[in-house]
Design a protein. Structure first.
Length: 244
């Protein structure tokens, strides 16, 4: 009959004896090291000062020709009014609110250059179908206004798209389901409230037969809002706004 194995004797770790004062000198640093290892290094104080808003100059298209104008006028057409008289237009199936009409070079004396060269437009017009569903309008905008921008066609329409995307349409206008009437100043105030970076002085409103036709935004060549100056705004007491 096999003999039962006796449990092996465990060897106890013999610690040297220290006085209580010496033990505190040893244990306290060890505890501090353990806490630092668990918590990690203490981060430096956070910088709560907000960084200034800056537009990266590297993203701005570089002109390849002369820019003999002072600023841009971004024209946003109220699509329902345009589509009332052009129901078969390509953009009218979208039931949009404001659509891009154009980014137009302007001068501070109220004049504006047009048809500055016979340079061809974009090689691939469909690349801009999101802002110009009608290639005929794109070609018109290039020949009439884009050729005066000093930019190649793709850079010009890329800049126009960027400008258009900067604008937020007020929900009071985008979500209309019935025709309403508003004073031009009320409409412009709604636009300014929805776009805090654009001051009221950078906005103008166009109307025809007491209907809203367009909102215009004055921008410098880097798309910063500037005062519109001689741009004429609608003088009607009230304008009608058909829904999208």
């Amino acid at each position: 009959m096999p003999r039962a194995r006796l449990p092996q004797r465990q060897t106890l770790l013999q610690l040297p004896c220290y006085s209580s004062g010496a033990m505190r000198k040893i244990i306290l640093p060890l505890l501090l090291l353990s806490l630092m290892a668990c918590n990690g290094p203490v981060p430096p104080p956070a910088n709560t000062t907000p960084a200034p808003l800056r537009r990266s100059h590297s993203t701005q298209p570089q002109p390849t020709g002369s820019q003999n104008f002072d600023y841009y006028l971004l024209n946003l057409s109220w699509s329902p009014e345009f589509c009332y008289s052009h129901p078969d237009a390509a953009e009218c199936g979208r039931h949009a609110s404001f659509v891009l009409h154009g980014l137009w070079p302007q001068d501070t004396n109220g004049s504006y250059p047009q048809h500055c060269s016979n340079a061809p437009g974009p090689a691939n017009p469909s690349a801009y179908s999101d802002i110009y569903p009608d290639p005929g309008l794109l070609e018109h905008e290039w020949q009439t206004h884009g050729t005066c921008s000093g930019l190649p066609p793709d850079e010009f329409f890329g800049l126009a798209r960027t400008a258009f995307d900067l604008i937020k349409v007020p929900s009071q206008l985008a979500q209309l389901n019935t025709q309403v009437s508003m004073a031009p100043e009320q409409i412009l105030s709604l636009m300014a409230e929805s776009n805090p970076s654009i001051p009221r002085s950078s906005l103008a409103l166009s109307c025809g037969n007491n209907y809203l036709t367009a909102i215009e935004v004055c921008l410098d060549k880097q798309l910063h809002p500037i005062a519109c100056g001689p741009v004429r705004s609608c003088r009607a007491v009230s304008v009608r706004i058909p829904p999208p």
